[in-house]
Design a protein around this ligand. Sequence first.
Ligand SMILES: [Zn+2]
Length: 71
Amino acid sequence: MAKKVGPAGRYGSRYGKRIREMVLKIEKKQRQRHVCPKCKMKKVKRVSTGIYLCKKCGTKFASGAYYPEGA
Ligand SMILES: [Zn+2]
């Protein structure tokens, strides 16, 4: 009984449309490159929930679960 859902479908329908739109917004932000707090290069990639890795200087740091704090 696979229902066709969007990218945020894994969050389930119980959250409703508004939350899904919020999640989509957050995920869009997540996919952007972030600025490294150390070298200030826009080379930071989110590797896991709350874990970010700078491709430039190799700094791995923890921050907000969805995107670096203050971003
Ligand atoms: Zn860096």
